[in-house]
Design a protein around this ligand. Sequence first.
Ligand code: NAD
Length: 255
Amino acid sequence: MGQGEFSGRVALVTGGSRGIGRAICQRLAKAGAWVAINHSASAEAAEATLEQIRAEGGDGGVYQADVSSFEATSAMFDAIESDRGPVDLLVANAGIASFKDDANMPVDLWRRILSVNLDGTFHCVWRAKESMLARDYGRVVCISSINGISPSRIRPDRLIAYGTSKSAVIGFSRNCAMAFGPAIRINCVAPGLIDTDMTRDMSDEMRDRIVAATPVARVGKPEDVAELTYFLLSDAASFITGQTYVTSGGIVTLP
Ligand code: NAD
């Protein structure tokens, strides 16, 4: 390992301790990147991600920061830069959802979801772009959601705050692509239902309804998202920026 398209590159994956983020960390390490694994409060899980990467012949480091704080995010970038150098590949993956944020959602819950999912993405891109522009190289993928493209017709909880935050991430990425090209390419990935801790508590009945409405008739795996993210960061996607790609088994299709 260490060989591959991203050999010599530094990647940062926020929320890399588990789920989709962990699979992305592994995929980027497999392509040769040195991977900074961010977590907010799960050091053990982040260390387990790093161990897995090392067992597969890759390398990286673990960095704690709550991305909803710009100061904490900026300090994390300082630490990565001093340990390994500036971030070349950024995956803004950290996110939270509440499956209760319907019409009775408390104002504080709205603010927390927007501050992690949207502000957190903004903080990382804002901090990363300084060195990316200076070095004329930067690639970014922001993890949105199909809920950021169209509200679910199946789920009774409409995910108002979550869906809004994920729509805003798409709008933010489009604007950044226009503002920061050609040095920086930035795209979004919008996953459908993926089997992770975030969705573990979903009822079997709801899961079955979603699968029944999905053309490929299954729930997604973290690796489905990791593979698409890797592609968008790679040279094979050098003509693609400002776009959103859906990996949902076909339950949502873009116009
Ligand atoms: P998960 O809950 O398993 O993992 C989320 C990760 O984000 C964890 O590592 C957590 O520690 C980290 N995190 C949470 N708040 C943070 C903060 N303030 N600062 C830093 N890190 C923080 O979830 P997942 O399913 O792996 O989701 C990853 C991303 O994919 C999220 O943005 C989520 O919204 C998105 N997504 C998930 C699904 C799905 O069905 N699982 C579908 C569409 C989009």
